[in-house]
Design a protein around this ligand. Structure first.
Ligand code: FES
Ligand SMILES: [Fe+2]
Length: 330
């Protein structure tokens, strides 16, 4: 993928999970409340300036959100418009407001000024069938991102689901490239996978690509001879210390028969794979906390991690200047 522009938008929820009630989400430890107004979705810091009650516990009245404690009302810009019981002019009271947009069934919050265009997924806007899932895991963003992009764990963690039951491996050539804020690995040489998920969806697989895009997008793209067949895009964020939350979008071109029936069949398996990862990631995280001074060991098979770490630290991944190649048995 070339010319990939990295944005400062972070997907924090599925649009479908934001109904008439306000929705609480956290982003890097910052509590936010999302709510719908007739003009669109709004996002405020989830703390009332009066006595600090979470506004997300209140209700939406027209274009305003009402605090559940004493009923102060705030507009989408965070300005207090009513203080029940107070006679005379409403004194100035402000809650920080955050830029927010809805795109392709996801709600994105900006983490900086001039956030650019949100990256929804590789197939976005191309007549696709999509399914979305929200989840949480006790771990760090780097560990979860690596896990999703790590082809070597699937033989064990996902035996029978993403992989077949046979221990057979194939020689695969991996090319890792990148740019400012992103890295991707292409795998060539894998035959069609025998796991249930692959059987259902992919057909003949020509190349698989795994990519990480700042600030927390992890994407797996399976391409057949005629283009992308299946893309899973995980929008991850470190919600709190030790908690990663994510919205996963599963999409495929509808013209290739990834109709709702197939997608509906596939979804429970996808969920199962996600649960398998959640279990191993949480267990490993607990061990890391017990052995905080011991570094984790890596080998050349851990192709993505150094680049994910570099990007998360704000550095340019080394593969941006010189692509890396290696052959592995997968
Ligand atoms: S705490 Fe919100 S109105 Fe009092
Ligand atoms: Fe996994």
């Amino acid at each position: 993928m070339s010319g990939l522009t990295v944005s400062k938008w972070v997907a924090v929820a599925r649009a479908a999970s934001l109904g008439r009630r306000p929705l609480a989400v956290t982003l890097d430890g910052l509590p936010l409340v999302l709510f719908r107004t007739p003009e669109g979705i709004r996002a405020l810091t989830d703390r009332c300036p009066h006595r600090s009650a979470p506004l997300s516990g209140g209700r939406v009245v027209g274009a305003q959100i009402e605090c559940p404690y004493h009923g102060w009302r705030f507009d989408g810009g965070g300005r207090c418009r009513a203080m029940p019981g107070l006679i005379g002019e409403v004194p100035r009271a402000l809650v920080p407001a955050h830029e927010v947009i809805e795109r392709d069934g996801l709600v994105f919050v900006a983490t900086a000024k001039d956030p650019g265009t949100p990256y929804v997924g590789a197939l976005s806007g191309r007549g696709t069938v999509s399914l979305r899932l929200e989840n949480r895991v006790t771990s760090t963003l780097a560990e979860v991102a690596e896990n999703i992009l790590d082809a070597t764990h699937t033989h064990f963690t996902h035996r029978g689901v993403l992989r077949g039951l046979s221990p057979r491996r194939y020689t695969v050539e991996v090319t890792v490239t990148g740019g400012d804020g992103w890295v991707e690995a292409s795998y060539v040489g894998e035959p069609r996978q025998e796991g249930l998920v692959s059987r259902l969806l992919e057909g003949e697989r020509a190349v698989s690509i795994g990519r990480f895009i700042s600030p927390g997008i992890v994407e797996l793209e399976f391409r057949g001879p005629d283009g992308p067949r299946l893309v899973t895009t995980f929008h991850l964020r470190q919600a709190e210390t030790d908690t990663v939350r994510g919205v996963a979008v599963l999409s495929g071109p509808s013209r290739l028969g990834l109709g709702y029936l197939k997608a509906a069949l596939f979804f429970p398996l996808f969920r199962l794979a996600v649960e398998q990862d959640q279990r191993i990631l949480s267990a490993a995280h607990a061990r890391r906390l017990q052995f905080p001074d011991i570094r984790q060991m890596s080998t050349p098979l851990d192709v993505m991690r150094p680049h994910i770490d570099a990007i998360l630290a704000g550095r340019r991944p080394s593969v941006a200047d010189a692509p890396a190649r290696l052959v592995m048995s997968l």
